[in-house]
Design a binder for this molecule. Structure first.
Ligand code: ATP
Ligand code: MG
Length: 569
């Protein structure tokens, strides 16, 4: 294609609204444009990269035996009521009503719709296994849309759903998809890890995430030098050494702590508290109810672990301010387990805590000298905290941490949806049983951002050939008709040989044209100038190494093709 027809608008300055390099580069390169918070239009260059990712995903899905379908974006509430998710999927679900007052949502995911298809269309166990996928726009009303398309409200996802007659079949389907995911991310060229993950709001029994390594990632991987790698939220904390809990040594007393709202402020106010003697209290709410969770002041709560508590249930989140005030009578900064009306569950590391500090459930007051069993009932203990670097991981090695961007997640769902929605199949023994499902997501548009996070330098994006908007750019320098003519023929020859080629025909000054091509990240650049033409040559520059060489003009398409082939595994 010709640069003049692609609405290329590049900018030199980093846009103020972009926190991440990838977002800044995408805006500077004119790949996309924000329409509203978390809602974007893809412009020609950006969309080409999206399409290339889709193509890789589509090829690998087809190769794995999945069949492409297209489900509607708008879904009737009844289906979600059947699965039970209408009630529990929180404010992320965009709900709407039609003119007849019927309720709908804009699909954040498609388990309900696909299960409805399967219960109608799968008539016999002979049609199983069956795997259906689509590449489609999702909507999730994210609390904090940010980082451009990394966490947007509207985004493109590839979602696949497998149906099997039994658990063994479902396990095979899961493995086939897992292998396909590995091929997809290898082909794109991302540096990624596969980690065991929380099943979250999708549900099911087992799940893994594909995380592209990047410091800006929101997911943290807990891993070791062995094979161990798990989403940090899930890393079990080693049980504390069985220390004897000392007898209470102090009497409980309340003291005024004006303006103290955090553990650090309390520590300063009191003049230093031994670690392990200050306790923080967090009220969380999930599908099953609310509870007060207590942790060491310096520990971080894992909401994934909280979701596993029977008192809380899945979807655990910190309770709203209003709820806390109504239930406890104090704000977040003054909460404590003494006299708490909600169930109190303590992190396992607190089992030997005595004479501790905590909030008094009265604004501006704390308690000291608090002891389990004397000042409050003996709590239930559970693993609630996030593991930290250096502690012993389940494989016995020291835990290390690294950040990643979730680009895909796969789930073994079991019969959660097929049971609720009666998607059953008769086996060869004539007994009706719910089909066993799996679901498999890839964030197509998020991958664009994740890839740019990994592939960039000071001059701009350094796309791998796998997902570049164009493989080669031909740039004629100067205004001579011969140069233009030669560039046009080269452009035609490259296209003819099946190489996606951009002709930089905007008549920019050399410096501006070079800068733009560097920013856009096109892997190969061919410059036609009067001087090179006189020698029958064209200058080649590789974007990722910066290496420059002169190619015979007539031979250039073949040489570029050879460079591309040389990189293929
Ligand atoms: P996250 O934890 O990042 O919110 P998720 O676990 O809710 O993601 P899934 O339901 O597993 O997401 O969706 C499948 C894939 O869709 C994710 O792995 C991710 O790549 C992509 N995705 C999810 N939410 C967004 C979003 N808000 N913006 C862009 N991509 C998204
Ligand atoms: Mg996920």
């Amino acid at each position: 294609m010709r640069a003049s027809s692609l609405l290329i608008n590049t900018t030199r300055e980093r846009p103020a609204e972009a926190e991440l390099t990838s977002h800044a580069l995408m805006l500077r390169a004119g790949m996309l444009r924000q329409l509203a918070s978390g809602i974007f239009s893809w412009l020609p260059l950006g969309l080409r990269t999206v399409r290339r990712i889709e193509q890789i995903v589509r090829e690998e899905m087809n190769r794995a035996g999945a069949a492409e379908i297209m489900m509607p974006a708008v879904q009737p509430a009844e289906l979600w009521q059947e699965s039970g998710r209408w009630q529990i999927y929180g404010p992320e679900l965009l709900r709407l009503e039609d003119r007849h007052g019927r309720a709908y949502c804009v699909g954040p995911t498609h388990e309900e719709v696909v299960t409805d298809i399967a219960r109608a269309c799968v008539r016999s166990w002979r049609q199983l296994p069956c795997n259906l996928y689509q590449i489609q726009t999702k909507f999730r009303d994210e609390v904090r849309p940010r980082f451009g398309v990394m966490r947007s409200r509207e985004f493109v996802m590839k979602d696949a759903y497998s149906f099997d007659a039994d658990a063994a079949g479902a396990k095979r389907s899961y493995q086939i998809m897992r292998d396909a995911y590995v091929r997809i991310f290898d082909r794109i060229g991302l540096d990624y890890r596969v980690v065991e993950a929380d099943v979250g709001a999708i549900g099911g029994s087992f799940s893994e995430e594909f995380l592209a390594l990047a410091d800006c990632g929101e997911a943290v991987i807990g891993y070791t030098d062995g094979d161990y790698a798990t989403n940090l939220e899930q890393v079990p904390c080693s049980p504390p050494a069985a220390a004897q809990r000392p007898d209470p040594g102090e009497k409980m007393e309340e003291f005024a702590t004006p303006g103290v709202a955090t553990i650090d402020e309390l520590d300063q106010f009191v003049g230093g508290i031994d670690p392990g003697r200050s306790i923080k209290t967090m009220i969380v709410t999930g599908e099953a109810g609310s509870a007060a969770l207590i942790l060491p002041g310096n520990a971080e709560l894992s909401l994934a672990k909280a979701s596993r508590l029977e008192q809380v249930g899945f979807g655990a989140a910190l309770a709203e301010d209003d709820f806390v005030r109504k239930t406890v009578g104090a704000g977040f900064g003054s909460l404590g387990p003494v006299g708490m009306s909600l169930p109190v569950i303590a992190d396992a590391s607190l089992a030997s805590a005595a004479d501790f500090f905590c909030g008094a459930n009265r604004d501006g007051y704390h308690l000291r000298g608090v002891n389990f069993g004397r000042d409050l009932p003996e709590p239930r203990f559970a693993d609630l905290r996030m593991a930290v670097a250096g502690e012993v991981a389940p494989d016995g090695r020291p835990l290390k941490l690294r950040r990643g961007i979730e680009v895909g997640q796969i789930f073994n769902l079991g019969t959660k949806y097929s049971q609720a929605m009666a998607a059953r199949i008769e086996g060869d023994d004539n007994v009706l049983r719910p089909m066993v499902m799996g679901c498999y997501g890839i964030g197509i548009t998020r991958i664009v951002a994740a890839a740019i996070e990994q592939f960039n330098d000071e001059a701009g994006i350094v796309f791998p050939e796998s997902i570049a908007p164009f493989i080669v750019a031909v740039l004629p320098l100067g205004k001579s008709p011969e140069v233009m003519q030669a560039a046009e023929s080269l452009y035609a020859a490259l296209n003819e040989s099946g190489i996606d080629c951009l002709l930089e025909d905007r008549g920019l000054r050399a410096g501006a044209a070079f800068a733009d091509l560097d920013l856009l990240g096109i892997p190969h650049r061919l410059v036609v100038s009067e001087r090179s033409l006189a020698a029958g040559k064209v200058e080649h520059k590789a974007r990722h190494t910066g290496a420059v060489s002169m190619l015979e003009m007539a031979d250039a398409p073949a040489q570029v093709r050879a460079m591309l082939a040389a990189k293929k595994p």
